[in-house]
Design a protein around this ligand. Structure first.
Ligand code: DOR
Ligand code: ZN
Length: 352
């Protein structure tokens, strides 16, 4: 089949994005629409994390003011403050989901959870209210058990299976899958379980992460076989898999190894894809022969799972640029700056 020269998509949606707070939020929030997204499902790992409905709603108003053209869908951060009563309040206020971060595994997860069992009454209330449970699917590292960032996702899958079995009517999303085992696990579970895939995990492997702090994100990109499995999940057209970019900006300085007061600092985890997300995803899918799955992946599957219909007249059209667009080395404003994923590389598509 000849490849098209333009592609029109109904209201693309990013079902997992970090738009931060303060100066960084001012810089990056408008980039979501610039990257072709009409709907954004927003992560709650702010400082402090969003554990109260009222704070989530205040944050939503801030985002609406910064980028009124995007439909902002909001989440709570799973935490002891999130009680069944808080769930009912949140659901009534239009909050869509609750994000679970295992303690300590990624950015701002110090107040994350250590035991899923204690939250069963919360999950029950979510199931009743039709809220979605969003899982960061890694367990904390543990030397004794030989658990590390390399196998943390595989070790998490038992929790996913257990939650899916115990709450068959609760919609659960395994976020940013990175392994062949995660893809197989999601496929083996019922229609209440879906999975987001990022743009960067469709391209990176551990070999390109290891020497490059701007490619460091959680979960880590894994082996070529894992990337192949993610690409195959997209290529299959299964409605269980859809775009959640996990676009996660960090100021350039916090991505760079640095020494302050004689102490070596760890690099912040996250790849930043929002400003070019749709052209990037189209370029990547075309690269592994799945351009015909673009609409399902960016527009249809996630909306169906979340029951968020595409707004009318919200189509986005892509075309082949006369000269390929080169991703800039840095994006700056409001006193901060961030290095985008694929800086210096060319995109094969642009938004009309
Ligand atoms: O790489 C990541 N960055 N993974 C996450 O789970 C969180 C995110 C962030 O907030 O920076
Ligand atoms: Zn995330």
């Amino acid at each position: 089949m000849p490849t098209p020269s333009t592609i029109t998509l109904p209201a693309p949606a990013d079902f997992h994005v970090h738009v931060r707070q303060g100066a960084m939020s001012e810089l990056v929030t408008p980039h979501v629409a610039q990257g072709g997204m009409r709907t954004a499902y927003v992560m709650p790992n702010l400082v402090p994390p969003l554990t109260r409905t009222d704070d989530v709603l205040a944050y939503q108003r801030t985002l609406e003011a910064l980028a009124p053209d995007v439909e902002w869908l909001m989440t709570l951060y799973l935490h002891p403050e999130v009680t069944p009563d808080e769930i009912r309040k949140a659901a009534k206020a239009g909050v869509r989901g609750v994000k679970s971060y295992p303690r300590g595994v990624t950015t701002n997860s110090a107040s994350g959870i250590e035991d899923y069992g204690v939250y069963y009454p919360v999950f029950k209330a979510m199931e009743e209210e039709g809220m979605v449970l969003n899982l960061h699917g890694e367990v904390p590292s543990d030397d004794e058990k030989n658990i590390s960032v390399l196998n943390a996702e595989k070790h998490f899958l038992g929790h996913l299976r257990q939650l899916a079995a115990d709450f068959p009517a609760l919609r659960i999303v395994l976020e940013h899958a990175t392994t062949a085992e995660a893809v197989d696990c999601v496929l083996s579970l019922g229609p209440n379980v879906a999975c987001t895939i990022t743009a960067h995990h469709l391209w990176l492997t551990i070999d390109t992460v290891a020497p490059q702090p701007h490619h460091f994100c959680k979960p880590l990109a894994k082996e070529p076989r894992d990337r192949r499995a993610l690409q195959a999940a997209v290529s299959s057209g299964s409605p269980k898999f859809f775009l959640g970019s996990d676009s996660a900006p960090h100021p350039t300085a916090s991505k760079m190894p640095s020494v302050t007061g004689g102490e070596l600092h760890a690099c912040a985890a996250g790849c930043y894809t929002s400003p070019y997300l749709l052209p990037l995803v189209a370029t990547l899918l075309e690269g592994f022969g799945a351009l015909d799955r673009l609409q399902g992946f960016v527009s249809d599957h996630g909306r169906k799972f979340y029951n968020i219909p595409a707004a009318e007249k919200a189509e986005v059209t892509l075309r082949r640029p006369a000269t390929p667009f080169r991703v800039p080395a840095t994006l700056a404003g409001f006193g901060t700056e961030v290095v985008p994923f694929w800086a210096g590389r060319e995109l094969a598509w642009e938004i009309v």
